[in-house]
Design a protein around this ligand. Structure first.
Ligand code: ZN
Length: 678
């Protein structure tokens, strides 16, 4: 099962890819009992909005953080589970879709059969590694290993997939990128603070235990773990940082396969491309040439025996969750507990439900949408999106810092944004993917290869703009700069995030701000470098770009001052796109709400004015409790700021908020040098 970490990260609402629920419509978008009215909203608006929620919603033992979205995701799994259990029943009438998801789920749930196999499913792969005679055979091996090399990062040696050409978004080309690490980021290998040193020690112990599980002796396991850490540390040094990767032009190095071979001659790329099915490539984008060079040097430098150790580790690492409980538990002990602070492994049905969503997401999604998503919800969402877009048009036209020429281009881009709501017009065809009841690991491997080949099959073909990057039950949303589209899966468009029974203000403060957030991504530090067609092309005058960057820097400086935990600060450069989207999106939602209620007399409710209700609903969309370990992990890898600052950072910049709560200059929620871009 592949973990999704796109080469060019989708600008999502938040990072943990989640799922939701058909809630009873009575569940309010704004819940007064979730507030803490003993807190002054002008001092700490987040706690004012969420204090009650945080007290009433402790983190469940199997979770790393627990927030409005995560809670919905968890509840949503119950509905997906009922769909899957029904589909898994033998003897019930089934169609092509329910056969696949039902048999996949039933096989995944058959713990007894999986337990009996132990590490046996991994043996053919380990034998192939043992039989390697020379480094020249690496290409052939990784191109045909049990699980595909790596589509999303974190796999063996590197990441390989396809992507729209940055300079010609109508075409799809092959893309080669950094990868090959077992820890979540290069920084984990290279930082010297006490926590990083401690985590590396824990990682070594984990790798050692995994080697022991495939029957290596204690001495060999310890030595091999050290070899893995040495090789991965060397590879990490060749990788770009997450902040460096927020600059799209520096991720584009289109070259011929011949040039790639010159850059990294020890790896037989032709064999690799042929064996994976990518075929002979005229050109490809080498995202991080520095990494490919480093990889080449390391292949030369390290012995064949030590490379076999690395390959063995990645073989067991990628398969761990599909193997018997000893592997699953050890994998969880490090990645779930040590890295994220979770106390308990989630129950098997939750993990299997996630696996089906990962591997057969549009089949499960089809069943989900039929049962839980109404045409009315789709219409209501589309109406609100159009209002938000109209608000953006007004904002662009009246921006004081942008000249007429750039405004014209910005409007062209705005009008070209495609709105995708709920689910794809055309469902993915899984008929070529064989799902066999009783063969869990086989299903997982075949599903990964199916997905890998699906990406490679796009190379050289025109782009398909109907495709989605998230599955329908997902409680999240995203903007894709190369597609220039905003995407709202069915899961995110339901109570308590949006409710037809709510007064308008909370709906706009919550879901409206989400829509504004995604739309603003089209004009954030990254998105603003892509044009209406999704090409990486500068459509700004130099003077206007300077004005934009000055304002973006205001946001960087603001968020860089916030503390995540201990002495760890938010990396304002890493979170800039999300922070810009939060700020712009909330303002757009506010303007759209005002416009939609022109001429209406709005009454206070639950002791809150309509304006206050808008902002409290925004705050409540971010209510979260989080474990310290997860906070540290996110500070390194997550482009989203902690929820507290996604709330306070935004409102403290907005005069509309000050007015709503009568806050005074000098109070914490009134920033003296307010940032404003869009
Ligand atoms: Zn976002």
């Amino acid at each position: 099962m592949l973990r999704k970490l796109a080469v060019f990260a989708l600008a999502s609402l938040f990072s943990v890819s989640p799922l939701l629920a058909q809630h009873s419509v009575s569940e309010p978008v704004l819940d007064v009992s979730s507030m803490d009215k003993s807190v002054d909203p002008c001092i700490d608006f987040y706690t004012y909005s969420c204090g009650g929620w945080m007290k009433n919603n402790p983190i469940p033992p199997d979770q790393a953080s627990w927030g409005t979205y995560g809670k919905l995701q968890d509840e949503n799994r119950l509905q997906l589970r009922s769909i899957l259990e029904e589909a898994a029943k033998t003897g019930a009438p089934r169609n092509a879709v329910t056969q696949k998801i039902g048999d996949y789920y039933a096989s995944c749930m058959d713990e007894t059969a999986i337990e009996k196999l132990g590490s046996q499913p991994l043996q053919p792969q380990l034998q192939r590694i043992a039989a390697l005679q020379s480094k020249e055979q690496f290409a052939d091996y990784v191109a045909s290993s049990q699980y595909p090399p790596s589509l999303y990062g974190g796999g063996t040696l590197f990441t390989f997939r396809s992507n729209q050409d940055y300079k010609d978004s109508s075409q799809v080309i092959a893309e080669l990128d950094q990868g090959g690490l077992g820890l979540p980021d290069r920084d984990y290998y290279l930082k010297d603070d006490a926590k990083s040193v401690e985590l590396r020690k824990a990682y070594l112990a984990h790798v050692e235990k995994m080697f022991a599980l495939i029957a290596e002796s204690a001495d060999a396991s310890a030595q091999d773990a050290a070899t893995v850490l040495r090789i991965e540390t060397a590879l990490a040094k060749g990788q770009m940082t997450r902040v460096e990767r927020r600059d799209p032009p520096s991720l584009y190095h289109k070259m011929s396969a011949l040039d790639l071979a010159k850059l990294a001659p020890t790896f037989d790329w032709n064999i690799y491309f042929a064996k994976t099915g990518a075929g002979a490539l005229a050109a490809l984008n080498v995202v991080t040439p520095s990494y490919v060079k480093t990889l080449n040097e390391e292949i030369e430098k390290e012995s064949l025996a030590d490379w076999k150790v690395y390959l063995r580790w990645h073989a067991v690492h990628v398969a761990a969750n599909d193997l018997s409980s000893a592997f699953v538990k050890e994998n969880f002990a490090f990645y779930g507990k040590t890295l994220r602070g979770r106390e308990e492994l989630p129950p098997r049905w939750k993990r299997c439900t996630n696996d089906v969503d990962d591997d057969l997401g549009e089949a499960l999604g089809q069943a989900y949408v039929a049962k839980y998503f109404s045409p009315e919800a789709k219409d209501a969402a589309l109406k609100m999106v159009r209002e938000i877009e109209a608000a953006m048009q007004g904002e662009i036209q009246s921006l004081p810092w942008m000249g007429a020429a750039t405004k014209e281009q910005a409007l062209i881009k705005l009008h070209a944004v495609a709105n995708k709501i709920g689910y794809p017009d055309k469902w993915r065809d899984y008929s070529a993917l064989q799902i066999v009841r009783g063969d869990h690991i086989g299903n997982s491997e075949r599903a990964d290869w199916f997905e890998f080949h699906r990406w490679l099959a796009k190379i050289g073909k025109p782009v398909d703009r109907n495709e989605w990057g998230m599955t329908p039950p997902t409680i999240n949303a995203y903007y894709d700069p190369q597609m220039n589209d905003i995407n709202f899966p069915a899961g995110v468009l339901q109570p308590p995030l949006f409710s037809p029974l709510s007064d308008a203000a909370p709906n706009y403060g919550d879901t409206g701000a989400t829509m504004g957030h995604e739309l603003t991504h089209a004009f954030d530090d990254e998105g603003s470098q892509f044009d209406a067609q999704g090409n990486l092309r500068n459509w700004w005058t130099d003077a206007d770009r300077k004005e934009f960057e000055k304002r973006a820097q205001c946001v960087v400086d603001q968020y860089s001052g916030y503390t995540v935990i201990d002495d760890i600060k938010v990396t304002g450069k890493l979170t800039n796109g999300e922070d810009i989207a939060d700020l712009g999106g909330t303002l757009l939602a506010y303007l759209a709400w005002k416009q939609s209620t022109v001429g209406q007399k709005l009454e206070p409710l639950d002791g809150l004015t309509p304006e206050q209700r808008f902002f409290v609903a925004y705050g409540q969309s971010w209510c979260t409790n989080e474990r310290d370990e997860n906070k540290r992990l996110r500070a390194t890898v997550d482009p989203h700021s902690p929820e507290k600052y996604r709330t306070n950072g935004v409102v403290s910049n907005m005069p509309e908020f000050r007015e709503a709560f009568h806050c005074k200059p000098g109070q914490p929620m009134v920033r003296e040098n307010s940032c404003r871009i869009w």
